[in-house]
Design a protein around this ligand. Structure first.
Ligand SMILES: C[S@@+](CC[C@H](N)C(=O)[O-])C[C@H]1O[C@@H](n2cnc3c(N)ncnc32)[C@H](O)[C@@H]1O
Length: 234
């Protein structure tokens, strides 16, 4: 299914970008710095710490629409009683996903991110209830089993996302309630990476989750296709 962005969202982002003294070239430079190939996770987190105050400006000039798109997907999954939906926003960053979800009536949202700087930016706008400073990795998270109704994983750096192990996905399943959803959003081609494809399918073959839908959205400014995979936890 291909979803279109609403015209008012495009226009709002365009006018926010026009009002800033931060150029698209500035944004491109920062993005290249953050997505440099081959950097390890620790170096990446240091980079996010250093650049946390610039991150939202970069996303405004890039007309970054993934948070809007994921918030619309949440609305489709939960047409009512949104105040009761408990969300873990993993790789939460500065809280752009939470900001969009809140506008649509979701209020119980926790953040998980290894970058203190990024979480501090989110704190300035009170975007989350709980701030968990940790990585998604082979570690066990300080979260009880079956806590969340939904878990969102939006734009986790592709170098990290592509290589997440089966254990990482099992951990996301562990903290999500049975019947709840795990939404993974990134560029479409990332989901075709061999390791990622195999690991996502491994959980499905063992009956831990089921892929219930894939949404595609084309980014209006560059035509790149993003995908949201919706997994329902068994
Ligand atoms: C491109 S930002 C995305 C932030 C937010 N989801 C958004 O859409 O604006 C990537 C985030 O992933 C975080 N990150 C890096 N490594 C991570 C890991 N192993 N587990 C969880 N988050 C990680 C970074 O600190 C950064 O905040």
């Amino acid at each position: 299914m291909i979803l279109a962005f609403k015209m008012e969202d495009r226009e709002r982002l365009a006018s926010e970008a026009d009002e800033m003294s931060y150029s698209l070239d500035d944004g491109k430079r920062l993005l290249e710095f953050l997505v440099e190939k081959g950097i390890d996770n620790e170096t990446l987190v240091h980079r996010y710490n250093d650049k946390s105050e610039e991150y939202n400006k970069m996303q405004v000039v890039r007309r970054y629409m993934a948070p809007t798109s994921i918030a619309d997907t949440l609305c489709a999954l939960y047409p009512s009683n949104r105040e009761n939906v408990l969300i873990l926003d993993a790789a939460a960053g500065t809280g752009l996903v939470s900001a969009e979800a809140r506008k649509r009536g979701f209020v119980q949202i926790d953040a998980l991110d290894p970058s203190e700087g990024m979480l501090e930016e989110a704190m300035k706008s009170n975007l989350y209830q709980r701030y968990i400073c940790d990585v998604i990795g082979d570690n066990t998270l300080d979260i009880a089993n079956d806590t969340y109704t939904v878990l969102t994983l939006v734009s986790l750096t592709s170098e990290i996302l592509k290589k997440l192990s089966v254990k990482c996905y099992e951990e996301l399943v562990r903290v999500t309630k049975s019947g709840g959803y795990i939404l993974i959003n990134h560029y479409d081609y990332i989901f075709d990476t061999d390791i990622m494809k195999a690991n996502l399918a491994d959980l499905e073959s063992r009956g831990l989750w089921k892929l219930t839908d894939r949404h595609y959205v084309e980014e209006p400014h560059n035509g790149v296709r993003r995908c949201t995979c919706i997994y329902q936890v068994a």
